[in-house]
Design a protein around this ligand. Sequence first.
Ligand code: HMG
Ligand code: MG
Length: 297
Amino acid sequence: MNLEVKIVEVGPRDGLQNETRSLSLADKERLVAGLVDAGLTEIEAGSFVSPKAVPQMADSGPLLERLPRPAGVRYRALVPNRRGMEAALAAKVDEVAIFASASETFSQRNINCSIAESFARFAPIMEMAGAEGLPVRGYLSCAFGCPYEGAVDIRAVASVTAMLLEAGCYEVAVSDTIGIGTPGDVRRMLADLLTDVPAAKIALHLHDTRGQALANVLAGLDAGVTVFDSSVGGLGGCPYAPGATGNLATEELVFMLEGLGVRTGIDIHKLAVAGEGISRALGRRTSSKVAAAMRAA
Ligand code: HMG
Ligand code: MG
């Protein structure tokens, strides 16, 4: 398949934000170094949110300060408001992401404000990013379902996606927060969304709660999407999405893409080692089937 696919590694952020076992800075640094060594270039390394809300991300500033900065590697971070943006700029991130929701209840639970209010908070972020020439990505949570409201109207997905793009995001990561979408849902959603938005502006951020993520990537590829988020070892979850498990494992994504003939530039052995390392630090086995099979081989 003659296709360029971008993998956004969200393990150090989405993967670790929900963990109860706290990790040392050295553990996190080792994880990111392992990911870089494996060939990942787009890495979401942290999050500048309230440390009371998400204590696991409280050391994002010190972590970013310690990380190596090899050419071609870009570190990203989540920012919810002006204060987060100031901290992200001080940490010299290469890119930030704002995060909105297609569900009002999730917006309230996650960031303590309505969808409309969240955009008022994003406005100064967009201004500051513009002044610094920093790209801003937008996340759209609950695109396939909400842990509080259940089904989410496809029109809400289209309208909040449009709001993120109009605000100045270069791309919207349409997110299956609770891992409930099937390839049929992805097909229908993208058929709707891509009538107004070019595929180049859409990424898929898929949690793998029900084992649909890889099939959903394939449905996304069929529709023309070429940017996918994943998390080494299948780590991940959101503290405000009860029951949601990890993201699609990066090992699974790389294995499938390479099988399709897409060159990822990622050394899957080194990737699996990074996944094993962080899983060990967390006191558990990797959730990646590919990594487990490689260990057994
Ligand atoms: P708020 O209560 O509306 O805001 O929280 P506030 O301005 O009143 O601040 C409350 C407290 O937080 C204050 O501290 C502020 O100083 C502090 P206190 O006076 O109580 O001691 N504060 C901050 N501290 C550090 N950095 C900041 C910051 N802002 C305020 N930037 C807020 C609003 C968004 C801050 C809060 O609700 C929050 O931090 N929520 C965490 C949200 C979060 O990180 N969720 C997980 C990530 S999203 C996700 O996982 C989904 C995604 O993966 C896609 C998908 O799968 O769907 C992206
Ligand atoms: Mg997520």
